[in-house]
Design a protein around this ligand. Structure first.
Ligand SMILES: [Zn+2]
Length: 259
């Protein structure tokens, strides 16, 4: 029998009417899900009996329909928009925070982050400055993975055990540093479901995008048609390999508009 496989959803900032997003570039906004879409998605999960879990819970692979819900970056909408809707449907989730963004415009302040943690949501680390980890030397990796962990733990007064990679990008060296730092898992953007035999330092996640339709969302939750997401990401990866990360980011807006 195949072991139980779970989908890990990946969200970023949510959009509330009249509220500017943290960044305006097309490559960023593509990942910003409008509040009313997010609400519909959460209500669909509840009405279909899906259990929304944190990464820590999902890694115990409990029985029954369920998936992990994660947010990257630490935007203010984590607390203002996502948290109340998650509470409304009785769902847990993990919020991965870029420590160096705390207090910046559009991102949570330290007190907002503590408020989110006090609501019983799991807080994970999403690096210090959102640098692409594969591009860094050992000192840089230490700063982004180890120092950011201690800083977050000082703020929260608890141990932080889950990490997610900025831009989803990682390699074996990154995974080793994350493991040695004392984290229990590393979430990436690999498009795959996870099972108890998946390496916890290479967990897959599926991005929910601005243009994800209700049927596309339902398919993602059920782990159907992941090849479509893979195909789109494969085209992006090919471009990254060809151009390098920084050039890729500059032209990404154009690529997305053309897609
Ligand atoms: Zn990020």
């Amino acid at each position: 029998m195949r072991s139980r496989e779970l989908v890990f959803l990946m969200y970023h900032e949510l959009e509330r009417p009249g509220r500017p997003t943290c960044q305006a570039a097309a490559g960023y906004v593509r990942y910003v899900v409008p509040e009313f879409h997010f609400r519909d998605q959460m209500l669909w999960l509840r009405s279909n009996g899906w259990r929304g879990m944190s990464v820590g819970e999902a890694l115990t692979f409990p029985k029954g329909p369920g998936l992990a819900i994660t947010f990257d970056d630490g935007c203010e909408t984590d607390l203002l928009v996502a948290a109340p809707l998650l509470k409304q449907i009785g769902s847990h989730a993990t919020f991965f925070v870029t420590t160096g963004f705390l207090g910046k415009s559009g991102y949570m302040s330290i007190s907002q982050l503590r408020e989110l943690a006090a609501l019983n949501f799991e807080i994970g680390c999403h690096s210090l400055t959102h640098a692409y980890l594969c591009d860094l030397d050992d000192k840089g990796l230490h700063r982004e993975i180890v120092e950011s962990k201690s800083r977050l733990e000082q703020i929260l007064g608890t141990i932080v055990t889950h990490f997610s990679c900025p831009g989803g990008r990682y390699d074996l060296r990154t995974a080793r540093v994350v493991k040695d730092a004392g984290y229990r898992s590393m979430s990436t953007s690999r498009i795959q479901r996870n099972s108890s035999s998946t390496d916890p330092f290479g967990l897959g996640r599926i991005a929910v995008l601005r243009d994800s339709t209700p049927s596309a969302f339902q398919a993602i939750c059920e782990g159907r048609g992941l090849w479509k997401s893979k195909f789109r990401a494969g085209v992006q990866d090919a471009a990254k390999g060809l151009l390098g990360n920084s050039v890729y980011d500059r032209v990404r807006g154009l690529l997305i508009r053309d897609a």
